[in-house]
Design a protein around this ligand. Sequence first.
Ligand code: ADP
Ligand code: GN1
Ligand code: MG
Length: 369
Amino acid sequence: MEQSAIEEILGNFALEGKFVEAKPFGSGHINDTFCVTTRTPGGEERRYTLQRINHAVFRKPQQVMDNIERTLAHLSEKASQFPGTKVLSLVKTKEGRNCVRTFAGKWWRLYDFIDEVESYDNVRDADVVYEAARGFAQFQNMMADLPLPRLHETIPYFHHTPMRYATLEEAAYLDIRGRALEVANEIEFVRKRRHLVAHLLNRYLKGQIPERITHNDTKINNALFDPVTKKCVAVVDLDTVMPGLALYDFGDMCRTTCNTADESEPDTDSVQFDIKMFEAAVSGYLDTAHFLVQAEIQELVFSAWLLPFMVGMRFLTDYLQGDTYFKTHYPKQNVDRCRTQFKLVERIENLREEMQAIVQRCAKATGRY
Ligand code: ADP
Ligand code: GN1
Ligand code: MG
Protein backbone atom coordinates (compact mmCIF):
# COMPACT_ATOMS: atom_id res chain seq x y z
CA MET A 1 0.00 0.00 0.00
CA GLU A 2 1.28 3.49 -0.92
CA GLN A 3 2.68 5.59 1.93
CA SER A 4 0.62 8.55 0.70
CA ALA A 5 -2.61 6.50 0.98
CA ILE A 6 -1.73 5.56 4.55
CA GLU A 7 -0.90 9.18 5.36
CA GLU A 8 -4.33 10.20 4.06
CA ILE A 9 -6.07 7.65 6.32
CA LEU A 10 -4.00 8.81 9.29
CA GLY A 11 -5.23 12.35 8.58
CA ASN A 12 -8.55 11.29 10.11
CA PHE A 13 -7.02 10.48 13.50
CA ALA A 14 -6.03 12.77 16.36
CA LEU A 15 -2.43 11.57 16.38
CA GLU A 16 0.67 13.40 17.59
CA GLY A 17 3.37 14.54 15.18
CA LYS A 18 3.88 14.43 11.43
CA PHE A 19 3.85 11.21 9.44
CA VAL A 20 7.32 9.69 8.87
CA GLU A 21 6.64 6.13 7.65
CA ALA A 22 4.38 3.08 7.87
CA LYS A 23 5.69 -0.49 7.71
CA PRO A 24 3.65 -3.70 7.41
CA PHE A 25 3.75 -5.38 10.81
CA GLY A 26 3.11 -8.74 12.48
CA SER A 27 2.06 -12.06 10.99
CA GLY A 28 -1.70 -12.06 11.56
CA HIS A 29 -3.86 -13.91 9.02
CA ILE A 30 -6.84 -11.54 9.01
CA ASN A 31 -6.27 -7.79 9.34
CA ASP A 32 -3.69 -5.54 7.63
CA THR A 33 -1.41 -4.16 10.32
CA PHE A 34 1.12 -1.31 9.99
CA CYS A 35 3.57 0.16 12.46
CA VAL A 36 3.41 3.92 11.93
CA THR A 37 6.09 6.38 13.00
CA THR A 38 5.47 10.12 13.41
CA ARG A 39 7.73 12.96 14.58
CA THR A 40 6.55 15.72 16.92
CA PRO A 41 7.60 19.35 16.39
CA GLY A 42 10.04 18.83 19.30
CA GLY A 43 11.72 16.05 17.27
CA GLU A 44 10.40 13.11 19.31
CA GLU A 45 9.26 9.96 17.57
CA ARG A 46 5.85 8.39 18.29
CA ARG A 47 4.72 4.96 17.18
CA TYR A 48 1.23 3.70 16.42
CA THR A 49 -0.42 0.49 15.20
CA LEU A 50 -2.72 1.18 12.26
CA GLN A 51 -5.06 -1.63 11.26
CA ARG A 52 -7.49 -2.20 8.47
CA ILE A 53 -10.28 -4.35 9.85
CA ASN A 54 -11.02 -7.19 7.46
CA HIS A 55 -14.71 -6.56 6.91
CA ALA A 56 -15.17 -9.72 4.84
CA VAL A 57 -14.40 -11.58 8.09
CA PHE A 58 -15.93 -9.09 10.53
CA ARG A 59 -19.19 -8.23 8.80
CA LYS A 60 -20.14 -5.58 11.37
CA PRO A 61 -16.92 -3.65 12.07
CA GLN A 62 -18.72 -1.04 14.16
CA GLN A 63 -19.83 -3.79 16.56
CA VAL A 64 -16.23 -5.04 16.74
CA MET A 65 -15.07 -1.55 17.65
CA ASP A 66 -17.80 -1.04 20.22
CA ASN A 67 -16.82 -4.34 21.91
CA ILE A 68 -13.18 -3.30 21.88
CA GLU A 69 -13.89 0.12 23.31
CA ARG A 70 -15.87 -1.40 26.20
CA THR A 71 -13.23 -4.08 26.75
CA LEU A 72 -10.39 -1.56 26.89
CA ALA A 73 -12.26 0.79 29.23
CA HIS A 74 -12.91 -2.13 31.58
CA LEU A 75 -9.32 -3.42 31.41
CA SER A 76 -7.89 0.06 32.01
CA GLU A 77 -10.02 0.50 35.10
CA LYS A 78 -8.62 -2.75 36.51
CA ALA A 79 -5.02 -2.46 35.32
CA SER A 80 -3.76 -0.86 38.54
CA GLN A 81 -4.65 -4.07 40.43
CA PHE A 82 -2.36 -6.01 38.07
CA PRO A 83 1.06 -4.31 38.13
CA GLY A 84 3.06 -4.63 34.93
CA THR A 85 -0.03 -5.03 32.74
CA LYS A 86 -0.20 -2.81 29.66
CA VAL A 87 -3.57 -2.14 28.09
CA LEU A 88 -4.01 -1.27 24.42
CA SER A 89 -5.13 2.28 23.91
CA LEU A 90 -7.25 3.42 20.98
CA VAL A 91 -6.49 6.72 19.27
CA LYS A 92 -9.77 8.45 18.47
CA THR A 93 -10.53 10.18 15.21
CA LYS A 94 -10.66 13.96 15.09
CA GLU A 95 -14.44 13.59 15.39
CA GLY A 96 -14.13 11.44 18.53
CA ARG A 97 -14.95 8.10 16.87
CA ASN A 98 -13.21 4.78 17.55
CA CYS A 99 -12.54 4.02 13.86
CA VAL A 100 -12.81 5.43 10.35
CA ARG A 101 -14.77 4.18 7.37
CA THR A 102 -13.23 5.55 4.18
CA PHE A 103 -15.12 6.47 0.99
CA ALA A 104 -13.82 3.20 -0.46
CA GLY A 105 -15.71 1.35 2.31
CA LYS A 106 -12.59 0.23 4.23
CA TRP A 107 -12.51 0.31 8.03
CA TRP A 108 -9.42 1.55 9.89
CA ARG A 109 -8.47 1.93 13.54
CA LEU A 110 -5.40 3.21 15.32
CA TYR A 111 -3.78 2.12 18.60
CA ASP A 112 -0.78 3.46 20.46
CA PHE A 113 2.06 1.08 19.68
CA ILE A 114 3.10 -0.92 22.73
CA ASP A 115 6.86 -0.37 22.79
CA GLU A 116 9.61 -2.50 24.29
CA VAL A 117 7.75 -5.76 24.00
CA GLU A 118 8.36 -8.97 22.08
CA SER A 119 5.95 -11.33 20.38
CA TYR A 120 6.63 -14.85 19.13
CA ASP A 121 5.05 -17.04 16.47
CA ASN A 122 6.60 -20.12 18.01
CA VAL A 123 8.00 -20.87 21.47
CA ARG A 124 10.06 -23.67 23.02
CA ASP A 125 10.53 -22.10 26.42
CA ALA A 126 8.29 -23.43 29.21
CA ASP A 127 8.59 -20.19 31.20
CA VAL A 128 7.20 -18.21 28.26
CA VAL A 129 4.35 -20.71 27.80
CA TYR A 130 3.52 -20.52 31.51
CA GLU A 131 3.41 -16.73 31.18
CA ALA A 132 1.22 -16.80 28.06
CA ALA A 133 -1.26 -19.07 29.86
CA ARG A 134 -1.18 -16.81 32.89
CA GLY A 135 -1.70 -13.74 30.69
CA PHE A 136 -4.72 -15.14 28.86
CA ALA A 137 -6.22 -16.46 32.12
CA GLN A 138 -5.73 -13.04 33.68
CA PHE A 139 -7.52 -11.51 30.71
CA GLN A 140 -10.50 -13.82 31.36
CA ASN A 141 -10.34 -12.95 35.06
CA MET A 142 -10.36 -9.24 34.37
CA MET A 143 -13.26 -9.51 31.92
CA ALA A 144 -15.42 -11.68 34.18
CA ASP A 145 -17.28 -8.74 35.71
CA LEU A 146 -17.78 -6.64 32.59
CA PRO A 147 -21.11 -4.87 33.16
CA LEU A 148 -24.04 -5.76 30.89
CA PRO A 149 -25.15 -5.62 28.08
CA ARG A 150 -23.74 -8.80 26.59
CA LEU A 151 -20.93 -8.19 24.07
CA HIS A 152 -21.76 -8.50 20.37
CA GLU A 153 -20.89 -11.80 18.69
CA THR A 154 -18.47 -10.35 16.16
CA ILE A 155 -18.34 -13.62 14.21
CA PRO A 156 -21.48 -15.67 14.84
CA TYR A 157 -20.85 -19.41 15.46
CA PHE A 158 -17.11 -18.74 15.60
CA HIS A 159 -16.27 -21.78 17.73
CA HIS A 160 -19.39 -23.78 16.93
CA THR A 161 -17.63 -27.00 15.90
CA PRO A 162 -20.74 -28.75 14.43
CA MET A 163 -21.30 -25.69 12.23
CA ARG A 164 -17.63 -25.72 11.17
CA TYR A 165 -18.02 -29.39 10.29
CA ALA A 166 -21.21 -28.77 8.29
CA THR A 167 -19.47 -25.96 6.38
CA LEU A 168 -16.58 -28.26 5.53
CA GLU A 169 -18.97 -30.94 4.23
CA GLU A 170 -20.77 -28.35 2.14
CA ALA A 171 -17.48 -27.03 0.71
CA ALA A 172 -16.38 -30.59 -0.12
CA TYR A 173 -19.72 -31.32 -1.77
CA LEU A 174 -19.81 -28.13 -3.85
CA ASP A 175 -16.07 -28.36 -4.57
CA ILE A 176 -16.11 -25.08 -6.52
CA ARG A 177 -12.35 -25.16 -7.19
CA GLY A 178 -12.11 -28.86 -7.97
CA ARG A 179 -9.76 -29.50 -5.04
CA ALA A 180 -11.67 -32.09 -2.99
CA LEU A 181 -9.94 -35.13 -4.50
CA GLU A 182 -6.52 -33.76 -3.65
CA VAL A 183 -7.47 -33.39 0.03
CA ALA A 184 -9.60 -36.54 0.25
CA ASN A 185 -7.40 -37.94 3.07
CA GLU A 186 -7.86 -34.80 5.13
CA ILE A 187 -11.64 -34.84 4.60
CA GLU A 188 -11.68 -38.48 5.66
CA PHE A 189 -9.58 -37.62 8.72
CA VAL A 190 -12.33 -35.24 9.83
CA ARG A 191 -15.21 -37.62 9.04
CA LYS A 192 -13.67 -40.33 11.23
CA ARG A 193 -13.87 -37.95 14.18
CA ARG A 194 -17.21 -36.29 13.50
CA HIS A 195 -18.83 -37.98 16.53
CA LEU A 196 -16.72 -35.69 18.72
CA VAL A 197 -17.58 -32.31 17.22
CA ALA A 198 -20.52 -31.49 19.51
CA HIS A 199 -19.03 -32.71 22.81
CA LEU A 200 -18.24 -29.35 24.46
CA LEU A 201 -21.28 -27.68 23.00
CA ASN A 202 -23.49 -30.42 24.48
CA ARG A 203 -21.96 -29.95 27.92
CA TYR A 204 -22.56 -26.21 27.56
CA LEU A 205 -26.19 -26.78 26.49
CA LYS A 206 -26.72 -29.07 29.49
CA GLY A 207 -25.52 -26.26 31.74
CA GLN A 208 -22.39 -28.11 32.86
CA ILE A 209 -19.95 -25.64 31.32
CA PRO A 210 -20.66 -21.91 31.69
CA GLU A 211 -20.47 -19.16 29.13
CA ARG A 212 -17.80 -16.56 29.91
CA ILE A 213 -16.25 -13.58 28.18
CA THR A 214 -13.35 -15.00 26.28
CA HIS A 215 -10.66 -13.81 23.90
CA ASN A 216 -11.27 -16.46 21.24
CA ASP A 217 -7.95 -16.01 19.44
CA THR A 218 -5.29 -16.95 21.99
CA LYS A 219 -2.52 -17.62 19.53
CA ILE A 220 0.86 -17.05 21.15
CA ASN A 221 1.54 -14.05 18.86
CA ASN A 222 -1.45 -12.27 20.35
CA ALA A 223 0.36 -12.07 23.70
CA LEU A 224 3.13 -9.50 24.16
CA PHE A 225 6.08 -10.12 26.49
CA ASP A 226 8.58 -7.97 28.34
CA PRO A 227 11.94 -8.86 26.71
CA VAL A 228 13.80 -8.61 30.03
CA THR A 229 11.45 -10.21 32.59
CA LYS A 230 9.76 -12.49 29.98
CA LYS A 231 6.44 -11.69 31.67
CA CYS A 232 3.31 -11.47 29.53
CA VAL A 233 2.43 -7.78 29.75
CA ALA A 234 -0.41 -7.39 27.25
CA VAL A 235 -2.96 -9.29 25.25
CA VAL A 236 -3.81 -7.92 21.80
CA ASP A 237 -6.06 -8.80 18.84
CA LEU A 238 -9.34 -8.12 20.60
CA ASP A 239 -11.65 -8.44 17.55
CA THR A 240 -13.10 -11.73 18.75
CA VAL A 241 -13.54 -10.87 22.44
CA MET A 242 -17.10 -12.04 22.99
CA PRO A 243 -19.12 -14.63 24.90
CA GLY A 244 -17.55 -18.08 24.62
CA LEU A 245 -16.14 -21.01 26.54
CA ALA A 246 -12.93 -20.61 28.54
CA LEU A 247 -11.88 -23.99 27.12
CA TYR A 248 -11.67 -22.59 23.60
CA ASP A 249 -9.09 -20.10 24.81
CA PHE A 250 -7.13 -22.78 26.62
CA GLY A 251 -7.18 -25.17 23.65
CA ASP A 252 -6.17 -22.49 21.17
CA MET A 253 -3.30 -21.48 23.40
CA CYS A 254 -1.99 -25.08 23.41
CA ARG A 255 -2.41 -25.27 19.64
CA THR A 256 0.38 -22.74 19.13
CA THR A 257 2.46 -23.08 22.30
CA CYS A 258 2.82 -26.88 22.22
CA ASN A 259 3.45 -27.25 18.48
CA THR A 260 7.19 -27.77 17.90
CA ALA A 261 6.87 -26.64 14.26
CA ASP A 262 5.51 -23.62 12.41
CA GLU A 263 1.83 -23.53 11.59
CA SER A 264 2.66 -23.87 7.86
CA GLU A 265 5.45 -26.45 8.23
CA PRO A 266 5.35 -28.66 5.11
CA ASP A 267 7.24 -31.53 6.80
CA THR A 268 4.65 -32.93 9.20
CA ASP A 269 7.18 -35.37 10.70
CA SER A 270 8.63 -32.38 12.53
CA VAL A 271 5.26 -31.52 14.06
CA GLN A 272 5.32 -32.77 17.64
CA PHE A 273 3.07 -31.92 20.56
CA ASP A 274 5.51 -30.87 23.28
CA ILE A 275 4.22 -32.30 26.54
CA LYS A 276 6.55 -30.08 28.61
CA MET A 277 4.94 -27.01 27.06
CA PHE A 278 1.53 -28.50 27.77
CA GLU A 279 2.45 -28.89 31.42
CA ALA A 280 3.54 -25.24 31.52
CA ALA A 281 0.28 -24.14 29.86
CA VAL A 282 -1.87 -26.13 32.30
CA SER A 283 0.12 -24.90 35.24
CA GLY A 284 -0.02 -21.21 34.20
CA TYR A 285 -3.70 -21.48 33.41
CA LEU A 286 -4.75 -23.26 36.61
CA ASP A 287 -2.58 -21.01 38.78
CA THR A 288 -4.47 -17.97 37.47
CA ALA A 289 -7.96 -19.02 36.29
CA HIS A 290 -9.47 -19.44 39.76
CA PHE A 291 -12.98 -19.24 38.36
CA LEU A 292 -12.84 -22.62 36.58
CA VAL A 293 -15.45 -25.21 37.54
CA GLN A 294 -14.68 -28.93 37.74
CA ALA A 295 -16.21 -29.71 34.34
CA GLU A 296 -13.93 -27.18 32.67
CA ILE A 297 -10.86 -28.68 34.31
CA GLN A 298 -12.01 -32.16 33.22
CA GLU A 299 -12.18 -30.99 29.60
CA LEU A 300 -8.82 -29.21 29.32
CA VAL A 301 -7.27 -32.15 27.46
CA PHE A 302 -10.26 -32.42 25.16
CA SER A 303 -10.05 -28.71 24.35
CA ALA A 304 -6.34 -29.05 23.51
CA TRP A 305 -7.45 -31.71 21.01
CA LEU A 306 -10.50 -29.85 19.73
CA LEU A 307 -8.89 -26.56 18.77
CA PRO A 308 -6.28 -27.90 16.33
CA PHE A 309 -9.02 -30.13 14.96
CA MET A 310 -11.38 -27.20 14.45
CA VAL A 311 -8.75 -24.80 13.09
CA GLY A 312 -7.49 -27.58 10.78
CA MET A 313 -11.06 -27.96 9.47
CA ARG A 314 -11.21 -24.21 8.87
CA PHE A 315 -7.94 -24.22 6.88
CA LEU A 316 -9.23 -27.18 4.86
CA THR A 317 -12.57 -25.48 4.21
CA ASP A 318 -10.79 -22.31 3.10
CA TYR A 319 -8.64 -24.30 0.67
CA LEU A 320 -11.74 -25.95 -0.81
CA GLN A 321 -13.47 -22.58 -1.10
CA GLY A 322 -10.51 -20.96 -2.90
CA ASP A 323 -8.39 -19.41 -0.09
CA THR A 324 -10.63 -16.45 0.56
CA TYR A 325 -10.56 -16.23 4.36
CA PHE A 326 -7.01 -16.65 5.70
CA LYS A 327 -4.15 -14.67 4.12
CA THR A 328 -1.87 -17.03 2.22
CA HIS A 329 1.66 -16.40 0.96
CA TYR A 330 1.99 -19.39 -1.42
CA PRO A 331 -0.56 -21.54 -3.31
CA LYS A 332 -1.11 -24.50 -0.99
CA GLN A 333 -0.37 -22.88 2.33
CA ASN A 334 -3.82 -23.72 3.71
CA VAL A 335 -3.18 -27.40 2.95
CA ASP A 336 0.14 -27.26 4.83
CA ARG A 337 -1.60 -25.48 7.70
CA CYS A 338 -4.38 -28.05 7.79
CA ARG A 339 -1.88 -30.93 7.81
CA THR A 340 0.12 -29.51 10.72
CA GLN A 341 -3.09 -29.14 12.72
CA PHE A 342 -4.20 -32.70 11.98
CA LYS A 343 -0.74 -34.03 12.85
CA LEU A 344 -1.08 -32.28 16.21
CA VAL A 345 -4.49 -33.90 16.65
CA GLU A 346 -2.95 -37.33 16.05
CA ARG A 347 -0.08 -36.66 18.43
CA ILE A 348 -2.55 -35.58 21.13
CA GLU A 349 -4.61 -38.75 20.58
CA ASN A 350 -1.50 -40.74 21.50
CA LEU A 351 -0.66 -38.59 24.52
CA ARG A 352 -4.13 -38.29 26.02
CA GLU A 353 -3.48 -40.28 29.20
CA GLU A 354 -0.21 -38.53 29.92
CA MET A 355 -1.93 -35.18 29.39
CA GLN A 356 -4.78 -36.10 31.70
CA ALA A 357 -2.27 -37.07 34.39
CA ILE A 358 -0.62 -33.66 34.04
CA VAL A 359 -3.96 -31.90 34.48
CA GLN A 360 -4.69 -33.96 37.56
CA ARG A 361 -1.28 -33.21 39.05
CA CYS A 362 -1.58 -29.48 38.40
CA ALA A 363 -5.17 -29.39 39.66
CA LYS A 364 -4.07 -31.07 42.89
CA ALA A 365 -1.20 -28.62 43.27
CA THR A 366 -3.70 -25.75 43.12
CA GLY A 367 -6.05 -27.45 45.60
CA ARG A 368 -8.73 -28.35 43.01
CA TYR A 369 -9.14 -32.10 43.65
P1 ADP B 1 -4.44 -9.94 13.14
O1 ADP B 1 -5.91 -9.88 13.48
O2 ADP B 1 -4.19 -9.79 11.71
O3 ADP B 1 -3.82 -11.14 13.74
P2 ADP B 1 -3.26 -8.41 15.33
O4 ADP B 1 -4.10 -7.40 16.02
O5 ADP B 1 -3.03 -9.68 16.04
O6 ADP B 1 -3.79 -8.64 13.84
O7 ADP B 1 -1.85 -7.73 15.05
C1 ADP B 1 -0.80 -8.43 14.42
C2 ADP B 1 0.44 -8.53 15.33
O8 ADP B 1 0.95 -7.20 15.60
C3 ADP B 1 0.12 -9.12 16.71
O9 ADP B 1 0.26 -10.51 16.68
C4 ADP B 1 1.14 -8.45 17.62
O10 ADP B 1 2.33 -9.21 17.70
C5 ADP B 1 1.43 -7.10 16.94
N1 ADP B 1 0.69 -5.97 17.57
C6 ADP B 1 -0.62 -5.69 17.42
N2 ADP B 1 -0.98 -4.59 18.08
C7 ADP B 1 0.13 -4.13 18.68
C8 ADP B 1 0.45 -2.98 19.51
N3 ADP B 1 -0.48 -2.06 19.84
N4 ADP B 1 1.71 -2.80 19.94
C9 ADP B 1 2.66 -3.70 19.58
N5 ADP B 1 2.46 -4.77 18.80
C10 ADP B 1 1.21 -5.01 18.35
C1 GN1 C 1 -6.57 -16.15 12.70
O1 GN1 C 1 -5.92 -13.10 13.25
P1 GN1 C 1 -5.02 -14.19 13.66
O2 GN1 C 1 -3.95 -14.49 12.70
O3 GN1 C 1 -4.53 -13.88 15.08
C2 GN1 C 1 -8.01 -16.51 13.05
C3 GN1 C 1 -8.02 -17.51 14.20
C4 GN1 C 1 -7.25 -18.76 13.81
C5 GN1 C 1 -5.82 -18.34 13.41
C6 GN1 C 1 -5.06 -19.53 12.87
C7 GN1 C 1 -10.66 -13.86 13.33
O4 GN1 C 1 -5.96 -15.50 13.80
O5 GN1 C 1 -9.35 -17.88 14.52
O6 GN1 C 1 -7.19 -19.66 14.87
O7 GN1 C 1 -5.85 -17.32 12.37
N1 GN1 C 1 -8.75 -15.31 13.40
C8 GN1 C 1 -10.01 -15.12 12.93
O8 GN1 C 1 -3.71 -19.23 12.86
O9 GN1 C 1 -10.58 -15.94 12.19
MG1 MG D 1 -3.43 -11.73 15.69
